[in-house]
Write a protein that binds this ligand. Structure first.
Ligand code: ZN
Length: 497
């Protein structure tokens, strides 16, 4: 008997049976990137987790509306209520229009997602495209007495919220008293009634580049508000799944719950899911430690910690070898092992597609093998149903691979497992690989997505004056029979003449 799908719910702190509000439809919202610099590998893991969930839910018959936003305003340096807007800051540094920054890094993000074979979401809304909804939401919260204006900014009133029977902190398990004792930045605190109140609208200083007219003067929306507005606009006031990286649990998702309950008077999300972090050789991945990778650095091997280049499918497979809630440690040894494992599976995928069934006289059914294949298929589903345990699912996949190879090598006659089991083996193996895990035969090394990703990296290295790396990328192109055309206003690649 197949195990039902259970997902770990951060809100209930246990694996909950997955029961969508309106089956077979599933609404899923995932916090997308803030597009102010290149997407990092840690972000890729988060999006890969929810890509796998999206794929699996679709595979087992759900019709999923997957909304993943682009944050193009309101996310401030430090993730709090103060400091510069991340995009505005990048625009100043790079001397570009904020929307030029947004476009550049949105392009990079989509390109990276393609390289890792992540499916595009059903809807990809932007914060700046939903200012009307956000201003409306602020107005509603003020009308309900859950927010107040102060000096041109509007803050969510945590004490009012809790007095009405709500529990700010329930998602992250934070206790108000503890939160209050935490040191915080002083800027903006004077405007708040309570230090924990968070901005849903911020007054913009005249020099602030991105600002809009509102009933409270010129300003911009608070970062947390956009996700409440965009998720409920496209998925309803209550929807099934909300995902994101673990670091977003507090304050971002906590604030989303407060806003959702405040505006719609209903619990906004049924299942909150959070993916764990990436570490490198046991250390937290961070820019300041010099151990954070850009995807392009992996594909070219241009990072001091890397011994060689790794392909996008190797990295995807590597990440799937861990369940999304466990930490995942990057090391050359682990990546090299993943490369071997992935190549074996990819070869299996190629040959599985060529296998055909043939009846054979005098071939008896090998019950043991037949049952082992059927059990392995079941085990794959059971593992996925156990909170997307891809690590265990992949072990079953390798067991199926064994039989694919045996048939291909004529060590096992298809007739020995019967037409039905043979069909299941071939079709499920291909579906598990391609549809569920998103693992495909490696695209040619000079696929356009890969090359464009390299060009982004080339541009970045050049800006940072890291000329040895610039040269490495040039020679990578040269090895593919290509040249980088570095013109004054445009960098492009072309075939060598
Ligand atoms: Zn969000």
């Amino acid at each position: 008997m197949q195990q039902p799908l259970k997902l770990y719910n951060t809100l209930s702190r246990q694996k909950d049976l997955f029961e969508p509000i309106n089956p077979p439809y599933v609404g899923m919202y995932v916090c997308g990137p803030t597009v102010y610099n290149y997407v990092h590998l840690g972000n890729v893991r988060t999006f890969l987790t929810f890509d796998t969930l999206f794929r699996y839910l679709t595979h087992i018959g759900y019709k999923v509306r997957y909304v993943r936003n682009i944050t193009d305003v309101g996310h401030l340096v430090g993730d709090g209520d103060d400091g510069e807007d991340k995009i505005g800051k990048a625009a100043k540094l790079e001397r570009l229009e904020p929307m030029e920054i947004v476009q550049r890094y949105t392009n990079d993000f989509r390109n990276v997602m393609l390289q890792f074979n992540l499916l595009p979401p059903s809807i990809e809304p932007t914060a700046t495209g939903h200012l009307v909804e956000q201003i409306e939401a602020v107005r509603t919260l003020i009308d309900r007495g859950l927010a107040y204006e102060s000096n041109g900014s509007v803050y969510f009133d945590i004490s009012q919220y809790n007095q009405r029977g709500n529990d700010y902190g329930k998602l992250s398990g934070r206790v108000l008293e503890d939160l209050l004792s935490e040191p915080r930045e002083l800027d903006g605190q004077a405007e708040k009634r309570n230090p924990l109140d968070f901005a849903i609208w911020k007054r913009a200083a005249p020099e602030h580049i991105m600002q809009w007219e509102s009933p409270w003067g010129k300003g911009f929306p608070g970062w947390h508000l956009e996700c409440t507005c965009m998720s409920t606009k496209y998925l309803g006031r209550q929807f099934d799944i909300h995902g994101g990286g673990m670091d977003l649990k507090f304050p971002h998702h906590e604030c989303e719950i407060a806003q959702g309950r405040g505006i719609h008077e209903v619990e906004p999300v049924r299942y909150w899911m959070h993916s764990n972090m990436l570490t490198v050789n046991g250390q937290k991945m961070s820019k300041s430690l010099g151990n954070s990778f850009l995807p392009g650095e992996l594909f070219t091997g241009t990072h001091p910690l890397l011994e060689q280049a790794y392909t996008p499918m190797t990295v995807r497979f590597f990440m799937l070898q861990s369940q999304y809630r466990s930490t995942l440690d990057f090391s050359n040894e682990a990546l090299k092992a993943a490369q071997k494992g992935y190549k074996r599976l990819a070869n299996g995928l190629r040959i599985a597609k060529t296998l055909t069934y043939a009846e054979a006289e005098g071939v008896a059914i090998d019950e043991k093998k037949k049952q082992d294949i059927e059990k392995s298929i079941q085990a794959f589903y059971d593992a996925m149903n156990d909170d997307l345990n891809t690590a265990v699912a992949i072990a079953s996949l390798f067991n199926l691979l064994k039989y694919v190879n045996m048939i291909y090598m004529n060590q096992l006659a298809p007739a020995a497992i019967g037409a039905n089991t043979f069909g299941q083996l071939r079709d499920q193996f291909v579906a598990f690989m391609e549809n569920v895990l998103g693992l495909q035969e490696e695209p040619a090394e000079n696929s356009e997505a890969v090359l464009n990703g390299m060009l982004s990296l080339y541009r970045e290295y050049k800006e940072q004056k890291q000329y040895d790396k610039v040269d490495q990328i040039r020679s990578y192109f040269k090895n593919q029979g290509l040249v980088i055309k570095d013109m004054k206003h445009r960098i492009d690649w072309a075939y060598e003449e």
